[in-house]
Design a binder for this molecule. Structure first.
Ligand code: NDP
Ligand code: 2IT
Length: 450
């Protein structure tokens, strides 16, 4: 954190580092917020007096638990499960579950912390949380995944509730896992309610929730470009990932007339110079969601280049949308993007751009949107799913999508309000962090020192 110039921010970060050793991702997420919020707080002494930021970085509660399960060969297996309940000032804890072998407490704390600000930006009544396990669903049979989900929920169920904490999906947790988790919750609690979001439509899910993060990302990109009298039509778009967020980011890019050129997974990326069209996207969806195969199969099927072990940022583009994982776009990648003429980077993933890369992009005039603003569409649609569950009715696709559009527009407006620079451009990092902070901070002030 040696780039910090401001003394108050530096001493704050020194304290955070001391109290959270060996949690690099959490420190990175706090650092970004602190850089934007501490100078703002200095103009608002009520937040300083109430020590709001120091209170915000301390999770209200964290559960860490053993998850025992039995594999198909009859072996006894064990994983570590987590739920981080970060902040409930503006609503019940809300945020996804990640099942991935690299999951650590640091990663879940960073995700839960980001979620607090993101959920605040949606303007819906949702606090922030995140959870998951170091379980790898890849290569596991459906029955193994089911047994794991049942065991995970057997502990989690006592900590969550429709008015307490409402998990959803994230990396490695999609429709299949949410179904198994919901089934086990219902059995244990003997209650059918909106305890999870991202549910199947047959049992209380919302239309547009599967699409919402990717669609919301493109609505946000559209807002960013519109402000400059531009649009995504005919723009070359480089996308990482090929999971839930990437798939629907590709779909909406096509709908807006942009040209998606790449998709990736943890083994490498494909580059389709003709653009990924609707038919090819249907193939990716089947490959990833049904066959659970590797993206390299796309290159074999359509005869285009595949780059094993590489990231897509070297492909010349106008717009880059990182939609896979944290810290997947570093300064070297940012330099390549700028050199090749990229003018906009918007995050579908959480914290995919490293701090050095963000500084480089911003210094070189690239429009850059942090995930807490640009990927908030997913959790916003989760909030709409919760509303429908409470009302015990279903809204149409149009109704949900229109609300999603309005929410993404409002997030952009909030970024404009708090991030406008003297030259009229918007610092989206500053805008998103301050706007997200203010609502939570005001609620915390009103609720007292709890
Ligand atoms: P999925 O599990 O559906 O897809 C994840 C994608 O990222 C896969 O293509 C996966 O490849 C790839 N990936 C995972 N780890 C790595 C890695 N180390 N290097 C390169 N690629 C990797 O998850 P989602 O699409 O739901 O999530 C993607 C990102 O979006 C995450 O950062 C998540 O936190 C964020 N997000 C998700 C939301 C949602 O509603 N789902 C909402 C907002 C943000 P492989 O198959 O090889 O693992
Ligand atoms: O990072 C995120 O915003 C998500 N994974 C979605 C959270 C949710 O509760 O829908």
């Amino acid at each position: 954190m040696n780039s910090i110039k401001e003394p108050a921010t530096r001493s704050f970060m020194e304290m955070v580092e001391r109290r959270n050793p060996a949690q690099p991702e959490f420190l990175q997420a706090v650092h970004e917020v602190a850089m934007a919020v501490i100078p703002f707080m200095e103009e608002h002494p009520e937040y300083v007096k109430a020590n709001i930021l120091e209170r915000m970085i301390e999770a209200e509660r964290i559960m860490i638990f053993r998850v025992p399960w039995v594999d198909d060969e009859g072996n006894y297996r064990v994983n570590r499960g987590y739920r981080v309940q970060m902040n409930s000032a503006i609503g019940p804890y809300k945020g996804g579950l990640r099942f991935h072998p690299n999951v650590t407490l640091s990663i879940l704390k960073f995700l839960a912390f980001e979620q607090v600000f993101k959920n605040s930006l949606t303007t819906l009544p949702m606090g922030g949380g995140k959870g998951g396990a170091d379980f790898d669903p890849k290569g596991k049979s459906d029955k193994e995944v089911m047994r794991f989900c049942q065991s995970y929920m057997t502990e989690l169920f006592r900590h969550i509730g429709k008015d307490t904490d409402i998990p959803a999906g994230d990396i490695g947790v999609g429709a299949r896992e949410i179904g198994y988790l919901f089934g086990q919750y219902k059995r244990l609690a003997n209650q059918f309610n909106g305890i999870l979001t991202g549910k199947g439509y047959a049992y209380g899910g919302s239309l547009i929730r599967p699409e919402a993060t990717g669609y919301g990302l493109l609505y946000f990109v559209d807002e960013m470009l519109k402000k400059n009298g531009d649009s995504i039509k005919n723009k070359k778009v480089v996308i990482s990932g090929s999971g839930n967020v990437a798939q629907y980011a590709i779909e909406k890019t096509i709908a807006f007339g942009g040209i998606p050129l790449t998709a990736s997974d943890s083994d490498g990326f494909i580059y389709d110079p003709d653009g990924i069209d609707t038919e090819k996207l249907a193939y990716i969806m089947h490959l990833k969601n049904v066959e659970r195969g590797r993206i390299s199969a796309y290159a074999e099927k359509y005869g285009c280049p595949y780059y094993a072990g590489e990231k897509p940022w070297k492909i010349p583009c106008d717009v880059a949308l990182p939609c896979a994982v944290q810290n997947e776009l570093d300064e070297k990648d940012a330099r390549l993007l700028v050199r090749n003429g990229c003018t906009l980077v918007a995050e579908g993933a959480n914290m995919p751009t490293t701090p050095a890369a963000i500084s480089y992009l911003q210094a070189n005039g690239v429009l850059y949107a942090p995930g807490k603003a640009s990927n908030a569409g997913g959790v916003a649609a989760s909030g709409l799913e919760m509303s429908q569950n409470s009302l015990r009715l279903y809204w149409t696709r149009e109704e949900v999508e229109n609300r999603l559009k309005v929410i993404m527009h409002n997030i952009h407006e909030q970024c404009k309000k708090f991030g406008r620079k003297e030259d009229g451009t918007i610092d989206y990092v500053k805008g998103a962090n301050i706007a997200g902070f203010v609502r939570v901070a005001d609620a915390m002030l009103a609720e007292g020192h709890v």
